[in-house]
Ligand binder design. Structure first.
Ligand SMILES: Cc1ncc(COP(=O)(O)O)c(C=O)c1O
Length: 477
């Protein structure tokens, strides 16, 4: 066997790419002695699934730092925290109110538990093809949906979004209060919030019952490290632990645990560095106001509830360039690797470990590219399309996934029932969920994305999986 992965990774440092993407440590952690820490539960070193010693002690500190009832280290990303949280509060067949822009881990729990999802569509920017916050209109909708669906057992939202938009968690919790329903907040992109007043307030102090954070995304921690916080007594902690013991690996990596603890300690102890990071962000943002064609997404207070300035979303819509082309040029010409790209923007992720030099390099690259652009209204950029359609849910997700399916060309799928998740990656939010009806408009939208070179994982070769039968079999009704 050849060492293909190892060789490729060992060569990465020679490529001298500047990482404006996760993980938040930006490859600047020292690797010395790491292999010495690679253990799982050996004697005297505690057990993540039954912590009684050093892991418990470390988690007690988390509780104090984040001001929670209980906090758990996770070594399988926010994904495992979301699976455990939803499973802890829902029984098979329950209804769940979930924002349509939830991560696929929420959709996967819906499928595994045979839940019946009721969707809440956050505010949506057609101009940038981007979900925004859960605004006043949607809060009113939550009230109505809770009345219409008394069986709803939990509410799940994403705040901040991938692009940094934050919702009014406290306001949403206030609506749920009389119903005694837990609010689960996927704060995967907001683990840094508690470390500076210049970031939005974390959901942990806004009344959310369960909050999940990917510390590997925005803190100096290695990939897969995450936290799950229990912030109220609405959900029993032992139920969460039971679910974590089902979903999380039985051989938790102590390397990951050590990195999680290190990244949080480091950030807490380096308030000065955090302030420098915020100053760098503010300077960078104010310089970007001078760009002629590209602009930095900076929603105002009357547009969204709050915004994370650590996300640099470069909008390209007012130029003759797509976000994908900007991503490509940054990488190929300037060795700057961003986190994600769409037709309308390119997203760079920052962290406390970004240096003045990396910010300067990004600034120089963006200004150089901007100088070369023309101000034109691109023909393909007339209107965002992604989530402007609300597909009709005709059959339960689990039922379609486990039923008979067939693969057909996308063009022939109008009026059929989707049998797989159709999503663009990133951001990984499904345009179609199994059981939803495929319409002419949805097919046109998907074709638009395929034509523009988007990655649509479930649509290899333009073939889509659909259900063989369009309605529930009589015996299961
Ligand atoms: C909004 C959101 N939630 C959850 C996740 C899953 O996080 P993880 O990769 O830590 O499992 C992601 C991953 O990108 C995400 O963007």
């Amino acid at each position: 066997m050849e060492m293909i992965i190892c060789k490729k990774l060992l060569n990465l440092k020679n490529e001298k790419r500047i990482p404006f993407h996760m993980p938040g440590h930006k490859r600047s952690l020292s690797a010395q002695d790491i292999i010495q820490m690679d253990i799982t539960e050996i004697r005297d070193y505690d057990n993540l699934h039954h912590p009684e010693g050093m892991i418990l002690e470390s988690m007690e500190q988390l509780r104090e730092i984040y001001g929670t009832q209980k906090s758990w280290y996770l070594v399988n990303g926010s994904t495992v925290g979301i699976l455990a949280s939803v499973s802890a509060v829902c029984q098979p067949g329950d209804e769940i109110l979930m924002a349509r822009n939830c991560h696929k881990s929420v959709y996967n729990t819906v499928r595994l538990l045979h839940l019946n999802p009721v969707y809440l569509y956050p505010e949506y920017s057609e101009e940038y093809d981007m979900f925004l916050d859960i605004g006043e209109k949607q809060k009113e909708e939550i009230r109505i949906l809770l009345e219409e669906h008394p069986g709803i057992k939990a509410v799940v939202i994403t705040s901040p979004t991938y692009e940094g938009v934050v919702s009014d968690v406290a306001g949403i919790k206030e609506i749920l209060e009389p119903y005694g329903i837990p609010l689960i907040v996927d704060e995967a992109h907001g683990a840094h919030f508690i470390f500076s007043q210049d970031f939005p307030e974390s959901a942990v102090s806004c009344g959310a019952d369960l909050v999940i954070q990917s510390i590997h995304k925005t803190l100096p921690c290695v990939t897969q490290t995450a936290l799950l916080h229990l912030c109220s007594d609405l959900v029993p902690g032992d139920r969460i632990e039971e679910m974590l013991s089902i979903y999380e690996t039985s051989s938790p990596s102590y390397l990951l645990l050590a990195s999680a603890e290190y990244g949080i300690c480091y950030t807490q102890e380096h308030a000065d560095k955090m302030q420098e990071y915020v100053d760098k962000l503010r300077r960078f943002r104010s310089k970007c106001a001078k760009l002629k064609h590209i602009s930095l997404f900076t929603p105002q207070k009357n547009q969204v509830y709050d915004y994370d300035i650590g996300k640099l979303v470069f909008l390209t819509k007012a130029s003759n360039m797509t976000g994908a082309e900007l991503f490509r040029q940054l990488l190929e010409r300037f060795h700057i690797e961003c986190e994600m790209e769409t037709a309308f923007y390119c997203l760079a992720m920052t962290s406390i470990n970004d240096t003045s030099e990396t910010f300067d390099r990004l600034e120089e690259a963006i200004f150089t590219i901007d100088e070369e652009l023309d101000s034109v209204q691109r023909e393909d950029a007339v209107k965002g399309l992604l989530f402007s359609r609300r597909p009709e849910q005709c059959r339960p997700v689990w039922e379609v996934r486990s039923g008979e399916k067939k693969s057909i060309p996308l063009e022939e799928s109008i009026d059929e029932i989707a049998a797989d998740y159709i999503y663009l990656y990133p951001p990984g939010i499904p345009v179609l969920v199994p059981g939803e009806k495929i319409t002419k408009e949805i097919v046109a939208n998907i074709k638009y994305y395929l034509y523009n070179g988007y990655n649509v994982p479930a649509l290899t070769g333009g073939i889509i999986e659909v259900a063989c039968s369009k309605s529930l079999p009589e015996e299961s009704k």
